[in-house]
Structures are given as structure tokens and as C-alpha cells.
Design a protein around this ligand. Structure first.
Ligand code: FAD
Length: 379
């Protein structure tokens, strides 16, 4: 692990998260994958150990950790179980627009809900007919005196049925495109909000993914983040902060698959020698080890730029693009190295393979990351 730039405090943080992942998450990951139950007991423990909501600024009684610190924690949690880690990290995603654009009163109100007791939040942007093309959302916010009336449907929302509050992007007028977008933070128990059924996903199966419908929901104007027209900008800027976290999640899964595969390759023999002694296997592992190192360094670079208050849109996309591909390749190679055992649920790597794919889809697909990176190449 390249720890060159990590100080004592960061190494201690990384160690604490690693120990938590190995003690509290890994032993239960298989069962949660099978049952698809939401991992509340793990979340309660992560909360008690101070591994959640770490973006909450110190002036609001949070830890106010740096972006680099957060990636260190998140990588280790994903090593333990990326389904559980996604549920935990969704809070940091929802916190990103709140801390970027919220008033002191809004930040205090909604961070307190997360700090008082183990609870989670959700980031509601995607809709059934608008994923990559966020500008095509149709959830409408209609001004009504001192509040807004929200109508529409969100899709694929992580933590939808368990969140105590939502970040929601809507449009004031669909004809005006991104200029007419507005966003809110709002308690999830407002009248007219209904989460749908739990989706049966390929991987990260304990994470709670659902649609959410908003029917004539009265949202006080006090819950609007920023000004009318700022919504799209706020939602997109939050991704600059969250994509390095997704890259860190992917790196954790890749590292876990690599560690399993390296161990197995030395234990398993074929043709009279450990399979690691066959160059085809050793070279697979050499490539994966190199890509994990590169993924981690890209992630740290994006996080460090954010910590220096610099714009990191391109670097965040590069980290997510590269790390998610590295995770898919690392887990696919791990299944291959395990042979028939790799394809079986009694062994850990098939879950990792299923879990890894989502990193190339959520928080902007790999194609969208390439679109963002390519636009920055000609600026
Ligand atoms: C498990 C899970 C959890 C999620 N959690 C959340 C959440 O918490 N909050 C939230 O708001 N959303 C969430 N999402 C939604 C996720 O961000 C979207 O699924 C994703 O952005 C892709 O949108 P889409 O599914 O509509 O695909 P589409 O946008 O329809 O894309 C389909 C395909 O076309 C490609 N494509 C689209 N446009 C272009 C283009 N211009 N150039 C090249 N290729 C293109 C895409 O890359 C993709 O391969 C989640 C999704 C899943 C599956």
C-alpha cells in the first residue's frame, strides 16, 4: 500500500477502518448478500466507531475530515463489503450538496439528524427516463406561496426507504433546461413521499435501492438549497466530491479480490506446482496489482486537489473511470484464478465480481466519465 504521503493520524484512521471492516463486515458479508437485508447492525457499529458522516464540518459538531481521509476510510469499508459501504457512503454523497450550498441553519438541521443517532440519507437525482442525461429530469417543483409542490418519480435511489432525509433535484419549468433546476434537502417523512419496492440487484444486494414517488409534496421554501436555478450546478458539483469516494470503494473491492486471488494462487496446485508458478496466472496478478496502485494514486490525487480547494472535476472522473475498470478486471481475474471454485457462492470472489460492476454505472457511467474528461482536454 503506498503510504508515502500518509501521516501518523491518517495511517491510524486507515488501520481503524481496516480493523472494523475485517471484524464487523467481512464475516457477515455473505449472509447479507444472500438475505438482502439492510445492514442496520453494521451501520450502528460504524456510527459508534465514528466511521460515518465524517464530512460533517467541525463547526457543526462533525469530524470535518479531509477528502483524502474519507477515501482512506471508504476503501477499507469496501474491502469489508461494498454493499454495506455503499449504504454508509451514501450519507457522504447526500452531505456533499448540503455542505456545498446549504445555509448554516440547513446544515445544522440536517447534519444533526445524522449525528444524533445511527441514520442515513439519500441523494435523489436519477429518474426512470433520465439517468446519464440529468438535464432531462421531469420531477417538478411548483412555487406555492412560501413553499413548493413537488411531483415526480426518482429511480435507483440508494437508502430510499431507510433515509431520514433526501437531497432532491427538480425542475421549475422543463422547457428551460438546467437553468430552471432547483434542489432541496427535505425530511423523508413529508406527506406524499412513497418509496417503491426494494430492487433485486446483481451485486451489493444488502444496499437499499428503490424508486421514490413524490405526489403533491409540500416542501417549505426553507428547505431549498441555494437559489432557484442553482440546482443542476449544485447536484453536479457534489459529484466532484463523491466520485473519488466511488473510486475508493472500487479500489477496496479490487484489493480484496486481489488478496484472495494471490493467496489462492499460492495454495492451489496444477500440473505439479502452485498455479502462481504458471506465468499466465502470475502476470494476471502483476497487472491487477499495478492497476490497484494506479487507481489508489488517482483517487488520492483527486482527493488532495479537493483538500486544496481546487477544482477536481476531471481528476475525480479519471479516478472513478480507472478504479471502476480496475475493480471489474481484478474481480474477473480473481474468479478465473479460483477456477470452478470462483463460480461458486461458497467462495468469496463471485460476490466481489457481482459487486464491482456497479462502480461503472452509478454516479455517472464510464461513458459519462469519458465525456467529462474529454471536454476538459480541449478547454
Ligand atoms: C444500484 C444502484 C444505485 C444507484 N444509486 C443512485 C442514487 O443513490 N441516487 C441517484 O440519483 N441515482 C442512483 N443510481 C442511478 C445511476 O446513477 C444511473 O443508473 C446512471 O447514472 C445511469 O443512468 P441510466 O441507468 O438511466 O442509464 P442511461 O443514461 O439510460 O444509459 C444507458 C447506457 O447509455 C450510455 N450513454 C448514455 N448517454 C451517453 C452518451 N452521451 N455517450 C455515450 N454513452 C452514453 C450509458 O453510459 C449507458 O451505458 C443508482 C443506480 C443503481 C443501479
Amino acid at each position: 500500500m503506498p503510504d508515502l504521503q500518509l501521516d501518523e493520524q491518517q495511517l491510524a484512521l486507515q488501520r481503524a477502518a481496516r480493523e472494523f471492516a475485517q471484524r464487523e463486515m467481512m464475516p457477515h458479508a455473505g449472509n447479507y448478500d444472500e438475505s438482502m437485508d439492510y445492514p442496520w447492525p453494521i451501520i450502528e457499529k460504524a456510527f459508534a466507531q465514528g466511521l460515518m458522516n465524517v464530512f460533517v464540518p467541525q463547526e457543526y459538531d462533525g469530524l470535518g475530515l479531509s477528502h483524502l481521509d474519507v477515501t482512506l476510510i471508504v476503501e477499507q469499508l469496501a474491502y469489508g463489503c461494498s454493499g454495506m459501504a455503499t449504504a454508509i457512503t451514501a450519507n457522504e454523497l447526500a452531505l456533499s450538496p448540503l455542505t456545498l450550498a446549504g445555509s448554516a441553519e440547513q446544515i445544522r438541521k440536517f447534519t444533526r439528524m445524522l449525528l444524533e443517532k445511527p441514520s442515513v440519507a439519500a441523494y435523489c437525482v436519477t429518474e426512470p427516463d433520465a439517468g446519464s442525461d440529468v438535464a432531462a429530469i421531469t420531477t417538478t417543483a411548483k412555487k406555492d406561496g412560501d413553499s413548493y409542490v413537488l411531483n415526480g418519480e426518482k429511480m435507483w435511489i440508494t437508502n430510499a426507504s431507510v433515509a431520514s432525509w433526501y437531497f432532491v433535484l427538480a425542475t421549475l419549468d422543463r422547457r428551460l433546461g438546467t437553468k430552471a433546476m432547483v434542489c432541496f434537502v427535505l425530511p423523508s417523512d413529508l406527506s406524499g413521499i412513497a418509496p417503491g419496492k426494494k430492487e433485486k440487484n446483481m451485486g451489493q444486494r444488502c444496499s437499499d435501492t428503490r424508486a421514490v414517488t413524490f405526489k403533491d409534496v409540500q416542501v417549505p421554501a426553507a428547505f431549498r438549497l441555494g437559489e432557484e436555478g442553482d440546482g443542476f450546478k449544485i447536484a453536479m458539483r457534489a459529484f466532484d466530491k463523491s466520485r473519488p469516494m466511488v473510486a475508493a470503494l472500487a479500489t477496496g473491492v479490487a484489493q480484496c479480490a486481489f488478496d484472495h486471488a494471490l493467496r489462492y494462487a499460492q495454495e492451489r496446485s496444477a500440473f505439479g506446482k502452485p498455479i502462481f508458478a504458471h506465468q499466465a496466472i502470475a502476470f494476471m496478478l502483476a497487472e491487477v496489482a499495478t492497476e490497484i496502485e494506479a487507481a489508489r494514486l488517482l483517487t488520492w490525487k483527486a482527493a488532495q486537489l479537493l483538500d486544496q480547494s481546487k477544482r477536481a472535476t476531471k481528476e475525480a472522473s479519471m479516478a472513478k473511470l480507472f478504479a471502476s475498470a480496475a475493480a471489474v478486471k481484478a474481480t474477473e481475474h480473481a474468479v478465473q484464478i479460483y477456477g470452478g471454485y470462483g463460480y461458486n457462492r461458497e467462495y468469496p470472489v463471485e460476490k466481489l465480481y457481482r459487486d464491482a460492476k456497479i462502480f461503472q454505472i452509478y454516479e455517472g457511467t464510464s461513458q459519462i466519465q469519458k465525456l467529462i474528461i474529454s471536454r476538459h482536454l480541449v478547454q
